[in-house]
Design a binder for this molecule. Structure first.
Ligand code: FRU
Length: 492
C-alpha cells in the first residue's frame, strides 16, 4: 500500500469519526438502504456474488457532500439483509486515478476477484483523461492495483468511462461509456483472452449510431447481459430532451433489447425504455448471482439534479442505493421485482384487510409508519384513485396514467411530477417506504417509481382518495431493516 493510499484511508476514517454522531442523528437516515457513512454515495460498482458472498462496491466521496475524487466503498453480505461495512476497496492514490476511482465492475477469474474501473484525471473543464484500470484480490478484502489496461482509442473525447466486463464463449468482453469527438454518446466494445490485453472492436450503440437518431452527448455506465435469449444494453445517457412523459429527469437510465453480434460488432435493437419513472434513479448495475438471478441495484440519485438542495447535506451525508431488484423478461419488456430476501425484514403484519372507498377525499385507514411495506391489490377501480404520503408526496391514477408528485426540492412552492402510462389498467402497487425513500412497483414490476421524499418528521399518515368507487385489499408490514457490522469503523 503506498504512503498516499495509507494517508487517504486515514483521512477518510477521520472524516467518518468526526461526523458520525451528526450523520446518525439525521431522522432522514434509512433502515434498509445503503448510505455513505459520511459524504456522498453515487453509483453501485463491482456488484457480484463470489463464493456465496455478495459484494457491493460504490462510488464514495468521504470528504464532502459533492462529487470529486471518488473512493470505492465496499459492503458485503451473505443474504442481502445482513451486511458488513468493509474497508474501502480502492482510493484515488495513483497517477492514473488521482482525481477519482470512477465506476466499474467485477469478475472472477482463476479464483481471484478482478475489479475494472475508470481512473479519472481532471483538467480545467472536467475530465482531461480517463483510463480503464484493473485491480485484483485473493480475498475480496485487499486489492492490488494493476494500473491502466485500456487507453482511449482515437475518435473519442476524455469522457470515456465505466467499464463493465463479462464472459462469453472464449473471450472476456468489456463495454465502456463514451463520447465521440463530434459529441455524441456511445457504448464501445473491447475483448480479451486474459483480462490484461484488450482489443478494441468498435461502437455497438449510441446517439446517431445505426438507426438511432440524436440521443445524448454522453452515455454512462453501460451494462450488457442476456435475459431469455435477448441481449440487453442498460445505459445512462446524458443530454436527452424531455418528450411528453418521457426523459423527465436531468439524465436518464434505461435499456435497449435486441441482438448483439460481438464479431462485427453490431447491436440491432429496439427503442430505449426507461427503467424507472421516479425522480431519483441512475447508473444501475446488474449481475447474475449464484442462484442464476439477474439482480439490479441503482443509485437513488441523479447527477446535477438539485443535489445540493437535499436536506441531509447539513448532516454531512447525501444519497443512497435502491433496494435490489430481480429482473425478468415478460416477452415484451423487463419486469423488476424486489428480491424475495427482503421478506426476511418483515415484522408482524400490521394490517390485512379489504377496503372500499367511494367519493372520499381523505380516507385514513390507520396506515402509518416510516419503514414499511404495502401491498395493494385492486378489485375495482371505477374512476380515480390516489395515495398521499405524509402530507408530502402523492401517487394518483387517472385514465391509464400514474403520476407521482412531490414539492420541488429547490422551490418548495412548486410541485413536480413524474408520470407513466399504465396500459393494462392498475392492478397492483407494491410499495417500500424507508424514512426518506419511496419505491413503488406497479403491476408486479412493469414500471417502478423510485424517489427520495423529505416530509416533516411528525407527519405520519398515509391517506387514500377515490373518485367513484375503489375496492382493494391491502397488506402492511413493518420492516426491521438491514443489519450492519461496521468493520470499516472498528478497524480504523
Ligand atoms: C455516473 C458517473 C460515472 C462516473 C461516476 C463518477 O453517475 O458520472 O460516469 O464513473 O459517476 O463518480
Amino acid at each position: 500500500m503506498s504512503a498516499n493510499d495509507v494517508e487517504l484511508r486515514k483521512s477518510a476514517s477521520e472524516e467518518v469519526k468526526k461526523h458520525k454522531s451528526k450523520v446518525e442523528s439525521d431522522p432522514y437516515r434509512l433502515t434498509y438502504h445503503h448510505m455513505p457513512p459520511v459524504g456522498l454515495m453515487n453509483d453501485p460498482n463491482g456488484w457480484i456474488q463470489w463464493k456465496g458472498t455478495y459484494h457491493l462496491f460504490y462510488q464514495w466521496m468521504p470528504f464532502n457532500t459533492d462529487h470529486g475524487a471518488k473512493f470505492w466503498g465496499h459492503l458485503s453480505s451473505s443474504d442481502l439483509i445482513h451486511w458488513k461495512e468493509e474497508d474501502a476497496a480502492l482510493t484515488p492514490s495513483d497517477w492514473f486515478d488521482r482525481d477519482g476511482v470512477f465506476s466499474g465492475s467485477a469478475v472472477v477469474h482463476n479464483d481471484q476477484l478482478y475489479l475494472f474501473y475508470t481512473g479519472n484525471i481532471d483538467g480545467e473543464n472536467g475530465a482531461e483523461e480517463e483510463y480503464q484500470c484493473a485491480a485484483v484480490s485473493n480475498d475480496a478484502v485487499t486489492f492490488e492495483k494493476k494500473g491502466v489496461v485500456i487507453e482511449r482509442p482515437e475518435g473519442y473525447t476524455a469522457n470515456f468511462r465505466d467499464p463493465k466486463v463479462w464472459r462469453e464463449d472464449d473471450y472476456w468482453y468489456l463495454v465502456v461509456g463514451a463520447q465521440s469527438v463530434d459529441m455524441q454518446g456511445k457504448v464501445v466494445l473491447f475483448r480479451s483472452h486474459d483480462l490484461t490485453n484488450w482489443e478494441y472492436l468498435g461502437p455497438i450503440a449510441g446517439s446517431l449510431e445505426g438507426e438511432m437518431g440524436v440521443f445524448g452527448y454522453m452515455w454512462e455506465c453501460p451494462d450488457v447481459f442476456k435475459i431469455n435469449n435477448k441481449d440487453i444494453l442498460v445505459v445512462s445517457p446524458q443530454g436527452v430532451e424531455a418528450e411528453g412523459m418521457h426523459y423527465a429527469n436531468t439524465y436518464q437510465s434505461g435499456y435497449f433489447a435486441g441482438k448483439l453480434d460481438v464479431n462485427t460488432p453490431t447491436f440491432s435493437h429496439d427503442g430505449f425504455k426507461e427503467l424507472d419513472r421516479g425522480f431519483e434513479f441512475y447508473a444501475p448495475q446488474t449481475m447474475e448471482d449464484e442462484k442464476g438471478r439477474r439482480l439490479l441495484i441503482g443509485w437513488m440519485g441523479v447527477p446535477d439534479q438539485y443535489e445540493q438542495a437535499h436536506p441531509t447535506i447539513e448532516n454531512h451525508w447525501i444519497h443512497c442505493m435502491t433496494i435490489p431488484r430481480e429482473l425478468s423478461w415478460n416477452g415484451e419488456q423487463i419486469i423488476q421485482t424486489p428480491v424475495e430476501e427482503l421478506k426476511e425484514m418483515r415484522g408482524p403484519v400490521l394490517l390485512h384487510s379489504s377496503i372500499t372507498i367511494e367519493n372520499d377525499q381523505n380516507a385514513i385507514r390507520g396506515i402509518q409508519g416510516r419503514a414499511i411495506e404495502l401491498n395493494i391489490e385492486f378489485e375495482e377501480l371505477e374512476d380515480q384513485f390516489a395515495i398521499e404520503f405524509f402530507q408530502y408526496a402523492s401517487l394518483s391514477y387517472k385514465k391509464g396514467i400514474l403520476t407521482l408528485s412531490r414539492p420541488h426540492f429547490e422551490d418548495k412552492s412548486k410541485t413536480e411530477f413524474r408520470r407513466a402510462e399504465i396500459n393494462q389498467g392498475l392492478h397492483r402497487l407494491h410499495i417500500f417506504i424507508d424514512h426518506s425513500t419511496l419505491e413503488i412497483f406497479v403491476n408486479g414490476g412493469e414500471e417502478v417509481f423510485t424517489s427520495r421524499i423529505f416530509p416533516q418528521h411528525e407527519a405520519e399518515d398515509i391517506l387514500f382518495t377515490s373518485l367513484g368507487k375503489t375496492s382493494f385489499s391491502i397488506e402492511q408490514w413493518k420492516l426491521n431493516g438491514y443489519t450492519y457490522e461496521n468493520k470499516f469503523l472498528s478497524s480504523s
